[in-house]
Design a protein around this ligand. Structure first.
Ligand SMILES: *Cc1c(COP(=O)(O)O)cnc(C)c1O
Length: 449
């Protein structure tokens, strides 16, 4: 089979259905044939900087030899085995490595396939926990934050309903109580007082709260202070409400610490359940994990099989995923990786100051290796098209980005060199100049008609 760019695009159009894509109006996809470190190469041999870590999953660069070798070694030993009634060394090693590194009180690991399934597992464990205690009818409600995104399966969609991605499915989503957040909709004090009144009115009917600690990803990289997150968790737990941290995006060093939960723990806040995926395998294999406290695990112990967690996936604890996860964690432990995370953080911080006075940029912000800001647009109606315009403008400069509306962000692999990242910021300045010209032209067109 030949693989010229045009042939790949033609065959893709014939057979593939892409995520989050309106095929009728979308540009042809970019055919990528190879990856190396922070770069991807297209079918013509052109090199691109993967500035969003391939949808936030890649930590150590593409085709990192340590992760690749670990997967190859596992592949020649045991590729897969079911995880009910059977266990295997890679799963035990990875579960222990996660528990060793996770903050209190997380002690047990339930493996699944991706971020959405890690969320479904957490929601089902929370609901069944109350059911096992005979309080299933009483504590039925879920609390979530406005602007939260938790994935695309039904429970995850219900918890992220406020993001507006799910209009066709609304009739099938269970009810969720949404709280305003101290990110942009209101102040932290207002968010907390709204939480207080919800807890006072219906605290004993709520099973759990779910939130993305420190950074709400898909709704626009909205950042929260660790102290504020800790305050939310404490108030919920005082009312007996379980707390679920969705660290699918924030996990594995993205926010500076291995888990965002560690920064929250410094202010005395903790989660009863913690969901991981994306960076879990360094971006090499699809896998999810839900960590639970010993107390939650114990509430499923009984002579009654009906009180067990009757949930599982065919590929639960897939050995190849576990091997990749272990290799990735070992790389994360290296001081070289830690230094890279700090290096990326300080480049972001330097540019945050530079961009803070730029006339076309609003609210530049940084959390660990994540940097984000909004682009100002004088024409409101243009907002929805900004993302597409930005993507193409950066692609012309060999940089792959995927803005969320007019929110631009960098979330690079940790191996990204300072030169590559500096060049991306310099390119941003060029793209902003183009943006200004385009906006001015659009503006004059609007006046003409
Ligand atoms: C991506 C994401 C998910 C969903 O993960 P998938 O692997 O895409 O199902 C859930 N929560 C957060 C915070 C995410 O960023």
């Amino acid at each position: 089979m030949t693989h010229t760019a045009d042939q790949l695009i033609a065959r893709d159009a014939e057979f593939c259905w892409h995520p989050f894509t309106q095929a009728q109006t979308a540009k042809a996809p970019l055919p990528i044939v190879r990856g190396e470190a922070e770069f991807l190469f297209d079918a013509k041999g052109k090199r691109y900087f993967d500035a969003v870590s391939s949808w936030w999953v890649n930590l150590h660069g593409h085709c990192n030899p340590v992760v690749s070798e670990a997967i190859k070694a596992q592949l020649d030993t045991l590729e897969h085995v079911m995880f009910a009634g059977i266990t295997h060394p890679a799963a035990i090693d990875l579960a222990q490595a996660l528990v060793d590194r996770a903050p209190q009180p997380l002690k047990k690991v339930f493996f699944s396939d991706n971020g959405s399934t890690a969320i479904e597992v957490a929601l089902k464990v929370a609901f069944q926990h109350w059911s096992n205690l005979g309080l299933g009818q009483q504590r039925r409600k879920l609390l979530a934050l406005q602007g939260g995104y938790h994935g695309d399966t039904f429970g995850a969609m219900a918890a992220g309903r406020s993001s507006g991605f799910y209009d066709p499915f609304k009739p099938w989503l269970f009810e969720v109580e949404f709280l305003p957040t101290g990110t942009c909709a209101c102040t932290e004090e207002e968010a907390l007082s709204s939480l207080d009144s919800t807890l006072a009115q219906q605290g004993d009917q709520i099973a759990a709260l779910i939130l993305e600690p420190l950074v709400q990803g898909a709704s626009g990289m909205r950042m929260m202070r660790a102290e504020h997150v800790a305050e939310i968790t404490k108030r919920c737990q005082r009312a007996g409400v379980l707390v679920i941290f969705d660290e699918v995006m924030t996990g594995f060093g993205r926010t500076g610490s291995l888990f965002a939960a560690q920064q929250v723990a410094q202010f005395g806040g903790h989660a009863d359940l913690l969901c991981l995926s994306k960076g879990l395998t360094g971006g090499y294999m699809p896998m999810g994990a839900t960590l639970a406290s010993q107390a939650l695990y114990d509430s499923f112990l009984s002579d009654d099989v009906g009180k067990a967690f009757l949930h599982g996936h065919s590929y639960t604890a897939n050995p190849l995923g576990c091997a990749a996860g272990l290799a990735s964690l070992q790389l994360l432990d290296n001081t070289a990786t830690q230094r890279n995370i700090e290096r990326i953080h300080s480049i972001h911080q330097y540019w945050q100051v530079q961009l803070s006075t730029h006339p076309l940029i609003e609210n530049p912000r940084v959390c660990g290796t994540i940097a984000a800001f909004e682009l100002k647009s004088p024409i409101d109606a243009y907002g929805s098209a900004s993302s597409q315009w930005l993507r193409e403008a950066f692609l012309d400069h060999s940089i792959i980005v995927r803005p969320l509306g007019n929110t631009m962000y960098w979330i690079p692999p940790y191996c990204t060199s300072s030169d590559t990242l500096e060049h991306a910021y310099q390119t941003l300045l060029k793209v902003l100049k183009q943006w200004e010209v385009t906006q001015a032209r659009l503006f004059s067109d609007t006046e003409l008609f």
